[in-house]
Write a protein of this length. Structure first.
Length: 217
């Protein structure tokens, strides 16, 4: 469905739920609800996509595999100041990390190791823990300051970094005729949620909301 079809479907659903027909929203306002719904559904999918093959398939259009460094001069690996610390630049369309691995180099020998994304512990706590610090099988990574910080074992350098991530969804616009790049399987779900947001925002003031959608499928 393109953006014009989204707006048509939105109006049909809104008129069905808004029994007094009081809501007449400008396209720019509807786009705000669409983009809010897109972001919410992307977060929900990120949290649960592995639980369903159907959802995994729907997310495939948003998944990017990127090797760094690459032909894009913006994507680089640079020493970060501390010993064995490297900063990997994040692609501009990065949204959420799914998985990654690092290629380490010592002398003329390279090897691929898994990465462990650290969320709760501080860097000092992780690096001082002999069970969590970097070795020749896995390395810890931290997301901060607009980059991915990778810690390698003593004597190793970070030769390359491969990351699989969700890209930022396109923000739709009726006026600019910009449609969503999200899988069509999710379009109805996005429209339904946008209608809910519209009724939650304006319904209590302008028209009684007699119908509430609890489950957006």
């Amino acid at each position: 469905m393109n953006i014009k079809e989204w707006h048509q479907a939105f109006k049909v659903q809104l008129d069905t739920l808004d029994t007094q027909g009081a809501l007449r929203l400008q396209p720019e306002v509807v786009d705000v609800f669409f983009n809010k719904a897109i972001n919410k559904i992307m977060i929900d999918l990120y949290d649960s996509y592995e639980e369903s093959q159907e959802l995994s398939d729907a997310m495939s259009s948003q998944i990017v595999i990127q090797s760094i460094p690459s032909t894009n001069p913006v994507l680089t690996i640079t020493p970060a100041g501390l010993p064995n610390q490297w900063k990997v630049s994040i692609p501009s369309n990065y949204y959420h990390h799914l998985q990654s691995y690092a290629t380490l180099k010592v002398g003329n020998v390279t090897g691929i190791v898994r990465t462990v994304k650290q969320l709760l512990d501080t860097e000092n706590k992780v690096l001082s823990n002999p069970f969590e610090r970097a070795d020749d099988t896995e390395v810890p990574i931290f997301f901060k300051d607009g980059g991915i910080y990778v810690y390698t074992p003593d004597g190793y350098t970070l030769d390359s970094f491969n990351v699989t991530y969700l890209k930022n969804p396109i923000q739709v616009s009726y006026k600019q005729n910009i449609s969503s790049d999200i899988d069509e399987y999710l379009h109805e779900r996005i429209i339904n949620l946008a209608v809910i947001y519209a009724l939650e925002t304006y319904g209590s003031e302008r028209t009684p909301v007699k119908v509430q959608i609890k489950d957006v499928n």
